[in-house]
Write a protein that binds this ligand. Structure first.
Ligand code: ZN
Ligand code: ZN
Length: 268
């Protein structure tokens, strides 16, 4: 409850709110990216190597750049988050504070709806940021990582960080959301985001022979996006890329190649 009050209490100044929100998103980023880093780039680096989508590791200068831009992103997420909470406290959004104000079913329904909204928002803003006249300002920084590490999850130019943060004010404007429900969406977000950038394919080989492949996104999909710059724009699900025909033509064959490698390739 204390943490809830720190983040969402009614009587904070904007500076206090920004600070608390930055710390909260920062803890989430460093915890999830840190665990992925320790597991995939340290403890199981050799054992999992056969599933490393790009069969080499990024250099330390690249990792430092990813962390540097991510720190800037945390600050921007803190500012946009604080602004959205302040606007909500002023009654300008549909955010609600007592879980009992809506049904328990809606609490979980709002989590699902926000995930679907975020998936759609991400796909279309991502495609826009790939337009030639928007790319340099918005999206070039994220694509400096051609072989991303988990730290690339928030490696955005400031302009892209504002766009990515936009899901929070958008979601609370279009539907009633309790802060704890949005918190669950953010846990889901960081889990998928870090998994997509860590560079290992953990899905089973049979996924590409199963109808689930039409819905689920995979780390191979996003790592290929970093490698090729074109195609594979989706986030949690593969639905928009399928509908719009924007999966990279080699996506499925690359997934099959990665998941078919013999384990004996592992020792490097
Ligand atoms: Zn991109
Ligand atoms: Zn990425």
């Amino acid at each position: 409850m204390k943490v809830f009050d720190l983040l969402f209490g009614a009587n904070h100044s904007f500076v206090e709110r920004s600070l608390y929100t930055t710390i909260e998103v920062g803890i989430r980023y460093f915890l999830f990216a840190g665990v992925a880093w320790v597991l995939g780039y340290w403890l199981f680096r050799n054992r999992w190597f056969h599933r490393k989508i790009i069969a080499r590791f990024p250099g330390s200068a690249e990792v430092r750049r990813e962390i540097g831009y991510s720190l800037l992103t945390l600050l921007i997420f803190g500012l946009v988050g604080a602004g959205t909470i302040a606007a909500s406290r002023a009654g300008w959004t549909q955010m609600y504070w007592k879980i009992s104000d809506h049904s328990r079913a809606w609490f979980f329904g709002s989590v699902v709806c926000t995930i679907l909204l975020h998936d759609t928002y991400f796909y279309w803003t991502h495609r826009m940021m790939h337009l030639r006249w928007l790319f340099p300002t918005f999206h070039r920084v994220h694509h400096l990582s051609t072989n991303p590490s988990p730290w690339a999850s928030y490696s955005f130019a400031p302009a892209e960080a504002v766009v990515e943060a936009g899901i929070f004010p958008l979601a609370v404007s279009v539907m009633p959301i309790h802060p704890a429900a949005f918190g669950l969406v953010m846990l889901w977000q960081i889990l998928f985001n870090v998994a997509g950038h860590t560079g290992y394919e953990f899905h089973p080989k049979w996924l590409m022979n199963n109808p689930l492949r039409l819905f689920l996104n995979t780390p191979t999909n996003h790592v290929m996006h970093h490698e090729k710059m074109r195609g594979n724009y989706c986030l949690y699900f593969n639905i928009w890329d399928r509908l719009m025909g924007t999966n990279h033509p080699d996506y499925e064959s690359r997934f099959r190649e990665v998941t078919s490698r013999p384990v004996s390739n592992a020792q490097r």
